[in-house]
Design a protein around this ligand. Structure first.
Ligand code: NDP
Ligand code: 2IT
Length: 449
């Protein structure tokens, strides 16, 4: 529980006001718990209601999305955009299309995005959106009609200086393209209103790779500074097989690690010889297939049904890159028992609070999502800059900036953990470092909202 009374009061209010929203409450609790030391030293935060304001979205939009399938039948989904905090810049954050999307999921993601975006050092506020639409099994034409219908309403709320969405689960280059086309049709303007765009119409080189690459840059820097170690020669387990997992696999391998497992929502593959990434790209990116197809071409690899079994594979480094709460206490204990020394999060909030305690109690180097996976949104910020400048940087230029940003994030989180008296606790460090900039901006701007 909270020692500080102000934090206790704010959390109790959030709990009452957002009853039953378990993911959102989980994300808020973690951040507030990390702020104990800082809040004790800063009474002006209570005077100015900074935390009460921080936990309440500036705006929460929910809307109907009707679309027609290929057989002419009409379906209705629910669309969302949370514009959580604009203290340091326009709202920025991805769009998720997955049947599990609801208000709690969107609010947890939007809340996390505030601090993540702050950590990048770029001027971006926190937002997130999506729909409970399930892209699985839909034709291209159905995806396009859904995206157009979704954007027809969303376009009323976003803009290059207001709110700049991007991809997340279920939203990649194809979906961003359909949404961008629809925004242009409605507004007759070509702007940087979305990021993750195709290279032919304003996208940035290295945005596709950025989250996975950034995760590995962060992990490498943390290993280097905290354990005098590196990816070289390490066995790595990565969950998921989407955008983040694939490019984390690529970079971890380039840095000398051996990635032996990947998964999707049905099951996981184990290849003791190291994953053949070209084959995975062909299955997942070209054919939009299932990860189990890997074993058809690599008979020496194993496929197992179910997602959580992946954490029973012995590894030195685990990079969860699928979804929230995918590592629970039992999986965390299994990882530790099998010798895992590093867990850095590519997905948003993939570890339950109990799992995080297991890491911290066992000296696991734990890189929390809002620090470790910030490379995606950071590179989205670089895409916005290039759009404003009306020019494109080379792959190497963007990649170098990304590397610099990820190293910086690690050092800011590490230094903040030291200042809070918990050196090396990057969860506390990331939460505090991300928070300070936002809180200062909120204080400077008086009571906006
Ligand atoms: P993709 O849609 O490209 O891939 C998602 C992967 O995770 C797929 O392999 C998917 O399997 C699996 N997955 C999704 N939901 C579940 C679930 N409920 N249970 C088990 N597996 C699941 O998404 P991304 O790679 O972009 O996103 C992965 C994670 O990274 C998310 O948490 C996202 O929020 C986070 N993230 C993404 C960023 C980005 O730039 N894209 C930036 C920062 C964080 P299946 O195919 O079976 O659904
Ligand atoms: O969770 C995330 O940071 C993202 N999905 C990327 C957001 C973005 O605006 O690039």
């Amino acid at each position: 529980m909270f020692k500080n009374e102000y934090l206790q009061k704010v959390y109790a209010e959030v709990e009452a006001r957002n009853a039953g929203e378990k993911e959102f409450l989980q994300a808020v609790r973690e951040v507030l718990e990390s702020l104990e030391v800082y809040v004790e030293k800063h009474p002006e935060l209570e005077q100015w209601g900074v935390l009460e304001r921080l936990v309440e979205p500036e705006r929460f939009i929910q809307f109907r999305v009707s679309w027609m399938d290929d057989a002419g039948k009409v379906h209705v989904n629910r669309g969302y955009r949370v514009q959580f905090n604009s203290a340091i810049g326009p709202y920025k954050g991805g769009l998720r299309l997955h049947p599990s999307v609801n208000a709690s999921v969107i609010k947890f993601l939007g809340f996390e995005q505030i601090f993540k975006n702050s950590l990048t050092g770029l001027p971006m506020g926190g937002g997130k959106g999506g729909s409970d639409f399930d892209p699985k099994g839909k034709s291209d034409a159905e995806i396009m009609r859904f995206c157009q219908s979704f954007m027809t309403e969303l376009s009323k709320h976003i803009g290059q200086f207001t709110d700049v969405p991007a991809g997340d689960i279920g939203v990649g280059a194809r979906e961003i393209g359909y949404m961008f086309g629809q925004y242009k049709r409605l507004r007759n303007e070509v702007t940087g209103v979305l990021t993750g765009k195709g290279l032919a119409y304003g996208g940035s080189l290295a945005r596709t790779e950025a989250t996975g690459y950034g995760l590995c840059y962060f992990t490498e820097e943390a290993l280097n500074c905290m354990k005098n170690d590196s990816f070289q020669g390490k066995t790595v387990v990565i969950s998921g097989s989407g955008n983040v997992a694939i490019f984390a696999t690529e970079k971890a391998t380039q840095l000398g690690g051996k990635v032996v497992a990947l998964s999707d929502s049905n099951g996981y593959i184990y290849d003791k010889d190291g994953i053949n990434l070209d084959l995975v790209k062909e299955i997942k990116l070209v054919r939009r297939g299932r990860i189990k197809e890997y074993v058809n071409q690599v008979p020496s690899a194993e496929y197992h049904e179910g997602c959580s079994g992946i954490w029973s594979i012995p590894c030195d480094i685990a990079l969860p890159c699928a979804t929230q709460n995918e590592i629970d206490e039992a999986s965390a204990k299994l990882l530790v028992a099998n010798g895992c020394k590093v867990v850095c999060e590519g997905a948003n909030m993939p570890s339950t609070p109990e799992a995080i305690n297991v890491y911290l109690e066992n000296g696991v180097l734990y890189g929390p999502a809002k620090a470790a996976n910030a490379g995606g949104v950071a590179t989205s910020g670089l895409e916005m800059s290039q759009n404003s400048l009306r020019l494109s940087w080379t792959f190497e230029e963007v990649d170098e900036r990304l590397k610099g940003i990820m190293k910086n994030i690690f050092h800011n989180a590490f230094d903040a953990s030291k200042a809070c008296g918990v050196e090396g606790n990057l969860m506390v460090g990331a939460n505090v470092a991300g928070f300070i900039k936002v809180a200062d901006a909120m204080l400077a701007q008086g009571i906006a909202y």
